[in-house]
Design a protein around this ligand. Structure first.
Ligand code: SF4
Length: 353
């Protein structure tokens, strides 16, 4: 396909496709699927080689959330039967994080349910980070605590947090359909606050919530516009007891096309395969490794993943290698914090690429 050749050329220069090209990737047929994966694979290898970064999720606080995100098993009034608990103790979190790093995880993601932390919560997390760093000094810490003020973001960076995750989840125009208690703009503000404080912005999406192809392309370009460093791609797990229970809109082929579209729109950014990969990609998971350069290891937030050993076998069997603690994930031109980054300055990339 001629279009794929052009997308690869652009991706190798860290340039995005046009909106029409991104839509066309989602509209490709099964006969072209392997060509799409191979094209996205060339872009992936340009920026990330054959490395796979492993992430491990530690759930600091579960359930009891006042927000009503329709996809979430921890939402207000949800009848999902998940385990609910308030703030894991620092030692418990450090032990969980150490288990993740022992299994090869380079990044530990500390997740708390809820609208956002109080300043006291942030101090509690700072104590937890100190305990994790003492046990696992090399580990890269990402926090995911909800809406954040600029001062809280700065405090987290000072406490040793490297990245902050706050997903956009879906396109701005569709956001009211999945949540009524906050807006897309609220989420954008937190991603910006994290970046402005010197944290590495991590923000992604959830596919399979009934969105259109245009919605997926719009959220991909919104993430590019925010210049995030990592994009977790979640595939909806339609939990019983949530409004999206019974929503089965994905096939493994569709998941691969979505991942490829994200890779073309965000060529030099860490694209992470997150929730729902086992459920929706199933036996095609090895093909996804040709597109993404990062996965969650083992079980994660309110769902069961594959055990760590199976993930490591998956990576080795597909011809990839686990990224080591001493290796830089991001290409050199993304080493500066986003707030200081000037694309084109001192890099081989064109301005505004
Ligand atoms: S996604 Fe976060 S804010 Fe929304 S309901 Fe779930 S825990 Fe609460």
């Amino acid at each position: 396909m001629e279009m794929l050749t052009e997308l690869v050329d652009k991706g190798l220069r860290a340039e995005p496709p046009t909106r029409e090209q991104a839509l066309a990737v989602l509209a490709t047929g099964d006969d072209d699927l392997l060509d799409v994966v191979a094209a996205a694979g060339k872009v992936r290898r340009r920026w990330f080689g054959r490395r796979v970064k492993l992430n491990y999720l530690v759930n600091l606080k579960s359930g009891l959330c006042p927000e009503d995100c329709g996809y979430c098993s921890q939402r207000a009034g949800g009848q999902t039967g998940i385990l609910t608990y308030t703030w894991l103790k620092a030692g418990e979190a450090a032990a969980a994080a150490a288990a993740g790093t022992a299994a090869g995880a380079k990044r530990v993601c500390l997740v708390a349910s809820g609208r956002g932390p109080t300043d006291r919560d942030v101090e509690r997390v700072a104590t937890t980070i100190a305990a994790i760093k003492e046990a696992s000094p090399e580990v890269e810490i990402c926090a995911c605590l909800g809406f954040l003020t600029g001062a809280q973001a700065t405090r987290l960076r000072e406490a040793g947090v490297h990245a902050y995750n706050h997903n956009l989840n879906t396109a701005e125009q569709s956001y009211p359909e999945i949540c009524s208690t906050h807006t897309f703009a609220d989420r954008v503000d937190t991603v910006r606050a994290a970046g402005a404080a010197g944290l590495s912005p991590c923000s992604g999406l959830i596919a399979g919530m009934g969105e259109t192809d245009a919605d997926l392309v719009d959220v991909a370009f919104a993430l590019r516009e925010l210049d995030v460093d990592s994009v977790p791609v979640n595939f909806l797990i339609p939990f019983d007891g949530t409004p999206l229970a019974g929503q089965w809109a994905l096939t493994p082929q569709r998941c691969l096309r979505i991942l490829a579209m994200i890779r073309f729109v965000c060529p030099d950014v860490e694209v992470r395969l997150a929730a729902g990969r086992e459920l929706h990609l199933r036996t095609l998971q090895p093909l996804a490794l040709h597109i993404v350069n990062s996965i969650f290891l083992g079980d994660y937030l309110t769902s069961e993943g594959q055990p760590g050993k199976a993930d490591l076998d998956l990576i080795a069997d597909a011809g990839f290698e686990v990224e080591g603690a001493g290796e830089a994930t991001m290409p050199a031109h993304r080493h500066e914090p986003v707030a200081l980054r000037k694309r084109g300055a001192g890099t081989d990339l064109p301005p505004n690429a």
